[in-house]
Design a protein around this ligand. Sequence first.
Ligand code: ADP
Ligand code: MG
Length: 291
Amino acid sequence: MEALMTVTGLPYRLHAKGKVREVFDCGEHYLIIATDRLSAFDVVMPNGVPGKGILLTQLSLWWFEQAKEIFPIHLVDQHTEQLAKVLRGHEHLISRSMLVKKLTPLPVEAVVRGYLAGSGYKEYKKSGAILDHALPAGLLDGSPLPSPIFTPTTKAAQGHDEAITLAECSKLLGEETFKIVHNTSIALYKMGATRAAKAGVILADTKFEFGKDAQGNLVLIDEVLTPDSSRYWPAVSWKPGQAQPSYDKQYVRDWLESQPWNKTSPGPTLPQEIIAKTQALYAECLKRLTT
Ligand SMILES: Nc1ncnc2c1ncn2[C@@H]1O[C@H](COP(=O)(O)OP(=O)(O)O)[C@@H](O)[C@H]1O
Ligand SMILES: [Mg+2]
């Protein structure tokens, strides 16, 4: 299978082209198609991971089924049937597509952390806290936090998202919306972490997005609990005090860190073995969580 780097041949207007996904306007709904593009350090790599968009979409759809018990989701009713209609004649795209309600994304990314890793760990090492969240001393890279914390960022149209305080987030969203987004994100994280634990997987952290409809109702949008939006660690190899082996893009990031590259576009072409390993990790993650 070849990597699908961009979607062609659809009769719909391209509404937005993200780093990984393309959003088409189908009139009443948006059609979100996940390509096989891979982004790391906010740069899209020149070559993709064959089938990655399918794995991401299938995992997202599976999690949306669980998430809808907690909060309204953006998938249209009778999703399978509706999607088939919209993609008649383009059936090869079905497994990487979602048909969703048209919503206005909130200007923040709702990050929840249950473990210390990545930028959260870096921040903790510097200040002993993560913005508003005071944390106990002596935590290591990969340590569990006393309880999951909400660490929102801005949603930059271009470039890097920036961490913001809870007060800044509340100001951006309005207090009522902030409270709902905060509480729902924590509840969704807990649901995800509990379910993942049953499959021998640690959900270290994740990011949700929310949108508003014309009536002002909040809805869970985008992708949910995929390895692109989350840090997943196999529980067997988890050991605080080191960078954890993971099911996400960490493998690619580690390789990129070893390259003479300044993290601006274009990125280096990924070698075949890195592609194959990443593909296997995403596939393993999907299989583990959903079976
Ligand atoms: N239901 C929805 N309505 C409107 N926009 C959405 C909806 N669901 C997701 N989106 C947006 O679609 C885009 C998906 O593409 P993606 O590749 O993730 O972009 P990005 O590079 O911004 O992460 C995101 O900008 C996301 O906010
Ligand atoms: Mg995205």
